[in-house]
Design a protein around this ligand. Sequence first.
Ligand SMILES: Cc1cc2nc3c(=O)[nH]c(=O)nc-3n(C[C@H](O)[C@H](O)[C@H](O)COP(=O)(O)O)c2cc1C
Length: 209
Amino acid sequence: MGAEQLLQPFQSRRTFYALEASSTISDDKINEIVHAVVKHTPSSFNSQSTRVLVLLADEHKKLWEEIVKPAVKAVAPPEAWEGSEKKLTGFANAYGSVLFYEDPQDVSNLQQKFPLYSDKFPQWSEHTNAMHQYALWTAFEQEGLGANLQHYNPLIDEKVASTWGIPKTWSLKGQLVFGKPASQPGEKSFKPIEGERLFVYGGKFGQKK
Ligand SMILES: Cc1cc2nc3c(=O)[nH]c(=O)nc-3n(C[C@H](O)[C@H](O)[C@H](O)COP(=O)(O)O)c2cc1C
């Protein structure tokens, strides 16, 4: 397999906000894909510190209607609530959510084992988590699903933990909302790459002039 076969999915992955409460693939297939992402995504020192909670259909709806909405309403300025509620209803009307956690026990195990990198492990744990998010986001969209990434942590952490039996120590990092796309995302603008975001020297590119 050449890089193109991966670069194409990277290129077509986008943020889809308009989603339906249905899926382009079966619940079993969703589970299979998440399983593969959890198994094969790399982690700092192979710590495997990421934990994933998948909520489908009615359980997904419960998250957004019964947990996120009241939590946001409690802290939102009254004039902002109408807009927030509309946005949250959009998420509630999708098909599923994947919640990405890090287990701090795995991070402190690393810190004890490798004291030299002690101060680096929390950051590498965030990197590890983000890699899982990106891998799953990209994989889902290869199956015709649309997804968007949200961050209602830590506002919702306690309620989610007590509802789905998640250890209170796990740290929630992000929520990937997904479903069948109801519309396509718009054009995306790009900053210049060569000379601004990408620098290559050596080989045919030569030394810096
Ligand atoms: C680390 C990270 C955090 C993000 N957080 C949010 C978020 O909290 N809410 C949201 O609606 N989109 C969020 N996004 C989506 C970005 O806004 C989006 O990926 C970006 O505008 C590029 O658009 P694209 O995903 O269609 O390529 C996040 C993306 C990344 C990579």
